[in-house]
Ligand binder design. Structure first.
Ligand SMILES: *Cc1c(COP(=O)(O)O)cnc(C)c1O
Length: 362
């Protein structure tokens, strides 16, 4: 079997054991004579999978009963609109903190729904290399919510401490760093994350939302976009992406079998430290633009001396069995996406390749 080292930014690598379990169960799911994909979403067999995925997520993150956990469709991009549709009533305004391209997209989409303000932007020379300090935030104490992007997947900029927004609910797009570690869910009013980076395949967006925000949300929007609709129906209002939810169940079980989110965090920190140490050691050749306190543990971006060398780096890496290293087309360069499923050993192989490449081409 020839599995490559997959550094894709999303859809991204999945844990091998979660895939193998799906393979083993594919044709005949638990003696039912059909695959999980062929089961009714209303039947007890799928319902058990669905509830296990939610229960494991609640357990691993320590999510209290004050929150709903929803599995929705439409990607994080749909949440860019659905968050303000639900939480931004007429006559109110919402604050956005911009630390990269995704936050900017969320802000631009929210403008189509209601009144929004920029509470802070760190854009400089058309790029983003840091997160704002608390003192830089111009927060509106009357805002309906404050939105941030916990990890900017394209620019490799990550919040390592979340800002204090007082009584105003904090809303976070955690698509590319959801469940890379345990964090305090109670600091947030709402969290959303496309599954395809860290916890499953594409097609599902996890939304964790405080129940009082759902109760107070706008009702003058189509039913399908109301958080309340999905909360009342345990995310089974309409047919959900059943196979994707099944795979999330497998990934949750893999996290548990690995020792929980504490172990996952330790691996992620070790992997990021290995790559950044290499970049710092070889800073005459590799250039990491993001300021150290905001360096992402998940998406590590860097440049080489020329675009020709970057193209050669990507081509040589591919020959060595490493794929998905090309930076986003809007920024260029190299991006190492090191999500939960990437192993420490995989990163060691990459770092060894990076050292050899610098020696040969530097
Ligand atoms: C990938 C990504 C998105 C977009 O997700 P879709 O599922 O394609 O809508 C939004 N925000 C962040 C931070 C992302 O990494």
């Amino acid at each position: 079997m020839a599995r490559v080292l997959n550094f894709n930014p999303g859809p991204a690598a999945l844990p091998l054991s979660a895939l193998e379990r799906a393979q083993n169960e594919l044709i005949d799911f638990q003696g039912t004579g059909m695959s999980v994909m062929e089961h009714s979403h209303r039947g007890k067999d799928f319902e058990a999978v669905h509830n296990a995925a939610i229960a494991s997520m609640r357990e691993l993150l320590g999510i209290s009963d004050d929150y709903h956990v929803l599995f929705l469709q439409g990607g994080a991009s749909q949440q860019f609109a659905v968050v303000p549709m639900n939480l931004l009533p007429q006559g109110r305004s919402a604050d956005y903190i911009l630390t990269g391209a995704w936050g900017k997209k969320a802000y631009d989409e929210a403008k189509n729904v209601g009144t929004v303000r920029v509470a802070a932007t760190v854009e400089e020379n058309k790029t983003y290399v840091r997160v704002p300090a608390q003192s830089e935030l111009k927060l509106d104490p009357e805002a309906a919510y404050v939105h941030l992007t916990s990890n900017e997947t394209i620019h490799g900029v990550q919040f390592h401490n979340y800002p204090d927004t007082g009584k105003v609910p904090l809303v976070a797009d955690m698509s590319s760093d959801f469940m890379w570690r345990k964090f305090d869910v109670s600091r947030f009013g709402l969290i959303y994350a496309g599954a395809q980076k860290n916890i499953g395949p594409s097609g599902i967006t996890v939304v964790i939302v405080r129940k009082d925000l759902v109760d107070g949300a706008r009702k003058d929007i189509p039913k399908i976009f109301r958080y309340g609709t999905h909360a009342e129906n345990n995310s089974l209002y309409n047919t959900p992406p059943t196979f994707g939810i099944y795979l999330i169940r497998n990934v949750m079980d893999w996290i548990k079998q690995s020792g929980g989110l504490g172990q996952i965090e330790a691996w992620n920190r070790e992997k990021a430290a290995l790559v950044y140490a290499c970049l710092d050691e070889l800073s005459g050749f590799y250039r990491a633009p993001v300021k150290a306190p905001a360096r992402s543990v998940m998406n590590i971006v860097f440049r080489l001396p020329t675009e020709e060398l970057e193209a050669k780096f990507i081509a040589d890496a591919k020959k060595a069995g490493m794929v998905g290293l090309k930076g986003h087309r809007s920024v260029g360069g190299i991006r190492v996406s090191s999500y939960n499923a990437m192993t420490v050993d995989g990163i060691r192989q990459l770092v060894s390749f990076m050292k050899d490449f610098a020696k040969t081409n530097g």
